[in-house]
Design a protein. Structure first.
Lengths: 250, 309
């Protein structure tokens, strides 16, 4: 059984991002880039499926610039068997990625495709669902538990207000939520081994897909700052302010 | 121009997030129709028809749509959405589940989680966990958009009288199956719909201490939330989490107790009208966004607060 895991190169989650002074975007100069945390959870889940004997091969895929090879090497160090980069300089948006992944899936015929539920830069939460629609595969989004047996995946999903359990027939699409697992760290020997694992490069043109975006970013601004208010001396003063000044309690 | 808003509901009632999406639809302009997909929808359809400004409610009432599995409802929304310039839904776990599929099948991009409508094709949305706001323009013929539940005040629940018409198509893909659902039951209001919220953080020290918040919540009719730190520490379940990766809320009054104010938490509550912070660390970042800050030991302040309400 083959598991395909698309991963995204994003600004590391520890970096405090800054808006460029000309409001054209986020300043990415000299900023540390990493595997999107939700995609790392996806890799971890795929590797665990292989370790449990359910899957036999884990393939990490990225769509984007040449430098995405760094993140693919990280995935190989975390346990992926091989990697594919669909290389493009285009501004990466969910529909383009979903189309490129769908074209690759037509060649790879993976049984399970595990996406992160969203990337921490664009915060769209779209790509896995778009891929499922384009390929006609059933999906289980926001997974906090996955069990694969009898040609099905039983997935517990995090939904508003609680949890939902669904069965999806294989081949299927899963998107990861935060509590699915805790990704391991790459060990030094595994980082060294990852350098020798295969990393193939293709392009959207070769796959016959158009990844050009249809949404333009006109402007990126810092969010409006909230002003600090006052400090109150005690609970009595607080209740008085809430009752008589803010008028939010009766 | 014409807008189709896909209703957020649980087959029993129309969720307020739908009326927020309807407020966004009104700013786009043109006729506004509502699509209700589910099973046993008499009440939900009537509630949708009562929202002022809605022209028509299209109801796809069929057992195959009971759990709104995306494999079944996506083809229906695509079918019903033909001819509209905009398709909107709430940015809930349900909206996020099927709406990107609808966009992909229509061959257009989707614009997620908008917080403002600038014009019929231009919207504002948060990126990087709310650390930046992007203004984006869609060049697609059909705009597929999800609306953040706190973006606008909800449209009124009554006063309208839209026509209701049935849509008979039944799509059943057969490759996915609903097994079960556990929804946390509570006498208190839902976090995303509450007018007042009191949240606890790591400073609460244990899950048992959340009982200190309950008495106050009862008196204020408030929902109880938590920071990610409190959830990660295992004090309370994940569904109580307020923050960028949890619930995004904007109540009239938000009381943060023992919460330091990490960016990820602020991103989920900073649009609240009045923010109160109770924390013993006077340098906690939460005080930078609080309208009223009380530097105090919460174990002393909370009982006092409960007694004085």
């Amino acid at each position: 059984m083959k598991v395909l895991v698309p991963v995204k190169r994003v600004v590391d989650y520890n970096v405090k991002v800054r808006v460029k002074p000309d409001n054209s975007g986020i300043d990415l100069a000299n900023v540390k880039m990493s595997v999107n945390p939700f995609c790392e959870i996806a890799i971890e889940e795929a590797v665990r499926l292989r370790e449990a004997g359910v899957a036999t091969e884990v393939v990490a895929v990225a769509v984007g610039v040449t430098a995405c090879q760094e993140q693919l090497r990280t995935c190989l160090a975390l346990g992926a068997d091989r990697a594919v980069l669909i290389e493009t300089e285009a501004d990466i948006q969910p529909l383009g990625v979903a189309r490129a992944m769908a074209a690759l899936q037509a060649q790879e015929n993976a049984d399970i495709v595990i996406f992160g539920k969203q990337s921490i830069d664009g915060d769209n939460s779209q790509t896995g669902q778009m891929f499922a629609a384009l390929t006609g595969m059933p999906q289980a989004t926001f997974a906090s538990e996955v069990k694969v047996e009898d040609g099905k995946a039983r997935v517990i999903r995090e939904i508003d207000g609680g949890l939902q359990t669904v069965d999806v027939d294989l081949p299927c699409v899963i998107t990861t939520d935060l509590r699915l697992n805790e990704p391991r760290y790459a060990s030094l020997p595994n980082i060294m081994k990852a350098k020798k694992k295969p990393l193939d490069i293709t392009t959207p043109d070769t796959l016959g897909v158009d990844v050009n975006p249809t949404v333009e970013t006109l402007k990126v601004e810092a969010p409006s700052e909230r002003q600090a208010g006052i400090k109150v001396g005690d609970v009595e003063e607080l209740v008085d302010k809430l009752r008589n000044e803010a008028k939010v309690i009766s | 121009m014409s807008v189709l808003v896909v209703a957020e509901h649980d087959n029993l009632e129309l969720k307020p997030a739908t009326r927020v999406a309807l407020s966004a639809a009104a700013l786009i302009g043109g006729d506004i129709d509502v699509l209700v997909v589910g099973s046993g929808l008499a009440d939900v359809s009537a509630q949708a028809a009562a929202v002022p400004g809605v022209s028509k409610v299209i109801v796809a009432d069929n057992a195959v749509y009971e759990h709104q599995l995306p494999e079944n409802i996506t083809p229906l929304v695509v079918e019903a959405g033909q001819g509209y310039s905009h398709i909107l839904a709430a940015h809930t776990t349900n909206g996020k589940n099927y709406l990107p599929q609808v966009a992909a099948l229509m061959g257009v991009a989707m614009i997620s989680d908008i917080i403002a409508v600038d014009s019929a094709d231009t919207f504002k949305r948060p990126i990087y966990a709310g650390n930046a706001i992007a203004t984006v323009k869609s060049n697609d013929t059909i705009k597929v958009v999800s609306v953040r539940g706190t973006a606008y005040d909800a449209a009124p629940a009554a006063g309208g009288s839209a026509s209701i018409e049935a849509l008979g198509s039944a799509h059943s893909a057969g490759n996915s199956q609903f097994i079960g659902q556990e929804i946390a039951k509570s006498e208190r209001p839902e976090l995303t719909a509450a007018g007042t919220i009191i949240s606890g953080g790591r400073g609460m020290q244990s899950g048992d201490n959340f009982v200190l918040l309950e008495g106050i919540a009862d008196k204020l009719g408030a929902a109880i939330g938590a920071s990610r730190a409190a959830v990660d520490a295992g004090f309370v379940p994940n569904d109580m989490q307020v923050g960028q990766t949890g619930k995004i809320v904007a109540p009239d009054l938000y009381v943060a107790v023992g919460i330091s104010g990490a960016i990820q938490h602020l991103a989920g509550m900073k649009d609240s009208k009045v923010i109160v912070a109770i924390n013993k660390d006077e340098d906690a970042p939460i005080f930078q966004v609080a309208d009223y800050g009380l530097v105090a030991d919460l174990f002393k302040a909370l009982p006092e607060l409960e007694a004085s309400l």
